[in-house]
Design a protein around this ligand. Structure first.
Ligand SMILES: O=C([O-])[C@@H](O)[C@@H](O)[C@H](O)[C@@H](O)C(=O)[O-]
Ligand SMILES: [Mg+2]
Length: 421
């Protein structure tokens, strides 16, 4: 099988999303992604990334330089990504709505190409990607029930299947529905939406409704250090970790001094250069890895190794995504021995039928995804579905994720300023 990259096709897609609330606003009716196909003479490999226009332009530029390289030469591919960004002055555009602002742009651009190369390497070797990463330590990867406060439906549209969740009762109802469907064994609540006392009440209601189930609360840095300390006291013995209570490494370090539970982050420590100051201050005890911005699967393994050395634990972050990302996340988590928290996924918030991969390769069972054992990522592109979601991208007219502007359309007084409480 040929190892030389002959062509790269990048297709922007849009899929329906529900009105999920967070500290910066509310999800729009569609989430955007980019689907990356690396093509050789004999096969193809898949990657998935953000779909904002600025990110798409960066991917396209890097792709030009990557053509002609070998799928095994990921060092050269990384260098092309570095070079292609010289003089890039565009800002943002990563599809994270301003919540993860200091991740490495090079790592974000490189990631989907690396995943697609590993997909091809696995196909050539006749081995699943998990084997290329050192082998599976678990046959199924656990995910958490990722709960959101949400409106019943997008304004002006019918209610969606999950309906409204604006108080503790609504959150418990949502948890029951998601857990009934997927069997999740850990629960995360996205906070930073209501005053902390109400979110604490929601966690306590979940604790009462699901005794013994590990819980997490993530306000996306919407609280001051003082407020975070109060929440930490209230949730002592109730949450397995508090995620990004306060902004920045310094804020997290100040909370960590008194909080009884570990602090986790996908905002304060999002690049390798953030690790030394964080470790020095013992600011976070759990890193939420995310191969989309930590530079792919192998660099995520480096992160896992660093966490093991410095006695930090590892979990996994998620944004809205499709099946290619879920496959990559699952292979990575299956081969990371110290990734023993249930990973985050936005999966339940998309329509089941909306994806770009052939049905059946990713199987949900008991709150987890069974690690595919077919060569590569173990998934195939469904070109008809890809064309549909690409058409949806063209028709929806969105070119970037902007939760804040969408929120302001309905609540003009809304401000995404943090810390808010
Ligand atoms: O999708 C959302 O609203 C989340 O808030 C997401 O954007 C965050 O990046 C993420 O899930 C998190 O854990 O912070
Ligand atoms: Mg988070």
């Amino acid at each position: 099988m040929s190892r030389i990259i002959k062509n790269i096709v990048i297709t922007p897609v849009a899929f329906h999303d529900m009105p999920l609330l967070n500290s910066v606003g509310v999800h729009e009716p569609f989430a955007l992604r980019s689907i990356i196909e690396i093509i050789t003479d004999s096969t193809y490999g898949l990657g998935e990334s953000y779909g904002d226009s600025a990110h798409l332009a960066r991917l396209e530029k890097a792709a030009e330089g990557i053509k002609g390289l070998s799928v095994y030469d990921t060092n050269a591919i990384y260098q092309v990504c570095i070079d292609s960004l010289i003089g890039d002055t565009s800002t943002g555009g990563d599809g994270m709505a301003g919540m993860v602002t200091t991740a490495s742009v090079v790592d974000k651009v490189f990631s989907p190409f690396e995943v697609a190369c590993l997909d091809i390497q696995g196909k050539i070797a006749g081995l699943p990607v998990s084997d290329l990463l050192g082998g599976r330590v678990r046959d199924s990867v656990q995910y958490s029930a990722y709960l959101f406060y949400k409106w019943a439906g997008h304004p002006g549209q019918p209610d969606d299947e999950y309906g409204e969740a604006l108080d503790p009762e609504g959150i418990v109802k949502q948890a029951k529905k998601i857990i009934d469907e997927y069997g999740f064994k850990a629960i995360k609540l996205k906070g930073g939406v209501y005053p902390p006392a109400q979110e604490v009440e929601a966690i306590k209601a979940l604790h009462a409704a699901f005794p013994g189930v590990p819980l997490r609360l993530d306000p996306n840095a919407a609280w001051t250090v003082e407020t975070s300390n109060w929440v930490a006291q209230e949730l002592d013995g109730i949450v397995e970790y508090l995620e990004d209570p306060a902004p920045e490494i310094e804020g997290m370090a100040a909370v960590a001094k008194t909080a009884s539970m570990p602090l986790a982050t996908n905002m304060a420590v999002v690049a390798f250069s953030h690790l030394p100051p964080s470790v020095a201050q013992d600011a976070v005890q759990v890193i939420l890895s995310d191969h989309h911005f930590w530079g792919g699967l192998r660099k995520s393994q480096t992160l896992a190794a660093i966490c093991a050395i410095w006695n930090m634990r590892l979990s996994m972050h998620s944004n809205s995504h499709l099946g290619i990302s879920l496959a990559a996340m699952t292979h990575l988590a299956s081969a990371a021995p110290n990734l023993d928290y249930a990973c985050d996924t936005h999966w339940p918030w998309k329509l089941r039928e909306e994806d770009v991969i052939v049905d059946g390769a990713l199987k949900w069972a008991d709150g987890g995804v069974v690690v595919p054992t077919a060569p590569g990522l173990g998934i195939e592109l469904d070109r008809k579905k890809l064309a549909l979601l690409h058409q949806q991208y063209l028709d929806c007219g969105m070119t970037k994720r902007d939760d804040t502007t969408y929120m302001k359309k309905f609540r003009p007084e809304f401000s995404p300023h943090i810390p808010r409480w």
